[in-house]
Design a binder for this molecule. Structure first.
Ligand SMILES: NC(=O)c1ccc[n+]([C@@H]2O[C@H](COP(=O)([O-])OP(=O)(O)OC[C@H]3O[C@@H](n4cnc5c(N)ncnc54)[C@H](O)[C@@H]3O)[C@@H](O)[C@H]2O)c1
Length: 346
C-alpha cells in the first residue's frame, strides 16, 4: 500500500471518463480525506493519498482499511479490502501526484495551509489535471486565486462518511471552466452520489447556507432561554430528521400544504435570529479546547467510552440510513409512474 509513483501519463477528465481511466490524488488524510479515499477506491479509481502532515501516515492505512472492511460486511462492495487496497498509494511524496487527472485537497479549513498545499500540488501535476477542494465554506472564487491556473479549480464538497453518503456539491468559482465542472459532475455518478453542480459560487454553497441558518437559530433559542441543547436536538431528530432523507424543503412544503407556510412566514421571519457574531456558547467551548466527541468535550459531557460509542453508533447508522435512502432515490416517484404505465414512459 505504501509505494512510490509509477510516473504514468495522466488521463484528462472528459464527460466520458470512467474511474478506471483516472488516477485521483487526495491531499490531507484526516477524517474526510480517509473516507474520500475509500469512496474513490470503491468506485474503481487508482488513488494517490498524500499525507500532508506526518500524523496522517500513522492512521490513514488503518482507517481506510477499516472503512473497506465495514463496507464489505455491510454489502456495499463485493470484493475483499485487499482488492481495493491494491489501487492505493499512501505517501508523503507530492511527486507521486504526477500521474493524477484530479487532485482533491482535504486539509484544515485555513486559506494559508490550503495555499501552501496548492503550490506543492501544482509544481508536480500537468496543466490538464483538475484541482478541487473539500472546503466547507471558503468561497471557491477566493481559493482559486491562490492557484496558478484558476480555470481548473473547483469545490468538491463531500459529506462525512464520504463512502456512504449520497451528498456531493461540485462548485464552480468565478474563473472555473464550467465544461470541466460538467465532466466532474458526470464522473461523480460513479462515486454513488446524487451530485449537484453549483454553477454560481456563493459562500457556504447550498447545504452549509441551509445548515448554518439552522445552527444560528439553535444557538438563539438556547442562549435566550427558550430551549435546552437537548430540546433543540430532540426537535431536529424527530421533525426534519424524520422526513429529510425522502424530501427536501420545497417538496416538504408541497407535501404538507404551501399556503400554511406562506402565512407563517409573514409572522415568523421578522422574529428569527439575524445575529452576525459567533455565539458565546460555541466560543466558550472552543476556547476551552473542546472539539466534540473526538476529545469528549463539546455541547454535551462525555466519558471517553461514551464518546467512542457515539462515533461507533454514527458509523453504524450511516450504513443503515444509506440502505433506506437507496430505496427512495430522487426519481422514486418517476420510477413508480413508469412501472404503472402499460405503454412505457414517453
Ligand atoms: N468533517 C466534516 O464533516 C467535513 C465536511 C465537509 C467538509 N469538510 C472540510 O474538509 C477539510 C478537512 O476536514 P477534516 O474533517 O478531514 O479535518 P481533519 O482535522 O480530520 O484533518 C485535517 C487534515 O489537514 C491536514 N493538515 C493539518 N495541519 C496541516 C498543516 N499545517 N499543513 C498541511 N496540512 C495540514 C492533515 O492532513 C490533517 O489530517 C476542511 O476544509 C473541512 O472544512 C469537513
Amino acid at each position: 500500500m505504501l509505494s512510490s509513483s509509477t510516473n504514468q501519463q495522466p488521463s484528462m477528465i472528459t464527460p466520458d471518463s470512467t474511474p478506471a481511466d483516472i488516477a485521483v490524488g487526495v491531499v490531507g488524510l484526516g477524517l474526510m480525506g480517509c473516507s474520500i479515499c475509500t469512496c474513490l477506491l470503491m468506485a474503481g479509481h487508482k488513488v494517490i493519498a498524500i499525507a500532508a502532515i506526518p500524523a496522517d501516515l500513522d492512521h490513514a492505512a488503518h482507517r481506510i482499511t477499516a472503512h473497506l472492511r465495514k463496507s464489505v460486511a455491510e454489502g456495499l462492495i463485493s470484493e475483499s479490502p485487499e482488492h481495493y487496497l491494491a489501487n492505493l498509494t499512501i505517501t508523503d511524496n507530492y511527486a507521486c501526484l504526477a500521474e493524477t487527472g484530479l487532485v482533491i485537497e482535504c486539509t484544515l479549513e485555513n486559506i494559508d495551509i490550503k495555499k501552501s498545499v496548492y503550490h506543492k500540488i501544482e509544481s508536480v501535476v500537468t496543466d490538464e489535471t483538475l484541482l478541487a477542494s473539500n472546503t466547507s465554506a471558503i468561497p471557491i472564487s477566493i481559493l482559486q486565486q491562490q492557484t496558478k491556473k484558476p480555470s481548473r479549480f473547483f469545490g468538491l464538497h463531500w459529506a462525512e462518511p464520504s463512502h456512504t453518503t449520497r451528498f456531493l456539491e461540485i462548485i464552480c468559482g468565478d474563473n472555473s471552466d464550467v465544461s470541466k465542472g460538467e465532466a466532474l459532475y458526470q464522473l461523480s455518478h460513479f462515486w454513488r452520489k446524487e451530485p449537484t453542480l453549483v454553477r454560481k459560487d456563493i459562500r457556504g454553497f447550498i447545504t452549509n447556507r441551509l445548515m448554518y441558518a439552522l445552527y444560528r437559530e439553535a444557538f438563539y433559542l438556547v442562549e435566550n432561554g427558550y430551549a435546552s441543547v437537548e430540546d433543540v436536538d430532540r426537535a431536529c431528530r424527530n421533525n426534519a430528521g424524520y422526513w429529510m432523507t425522502l424530501v427536501g424543503a420545497f417538496r416538504w412544503m408541497d407535501l404538507t400544504g404551501v399556503p400554511a407556510y406562506h402565512t407563517v412566514m409573514k409572522d415568523l421571519f421578522p422574529t428569527l435570529s439575524n445575529q452576525t457574531e459567533v455565539p458565546k456558547l460555541i466560543n466558550d467551548i472552543v476556547l476551552a479546547g473542546g472539539k466534540g466527541v473526538s476529545n469528549a468535550k463539546g455541547f454535551y459531557e462525555y466519558s471517553t467510552e461514551e464518546a467512542r460509542l457515539w462515533e461507533e453508533t454514527f458509523a453504524e447508522f450511516s450504513y443503515e440510513i444509506r440502505r433506506l435512502a437507496l430505496k427512495y432515490p430522487a426519481d422514486v416517484v418517476k420510477k413508480k409512474l413508469t412501472n404503472n404505465d402499460p405503454g412505457g414512459s414517453k
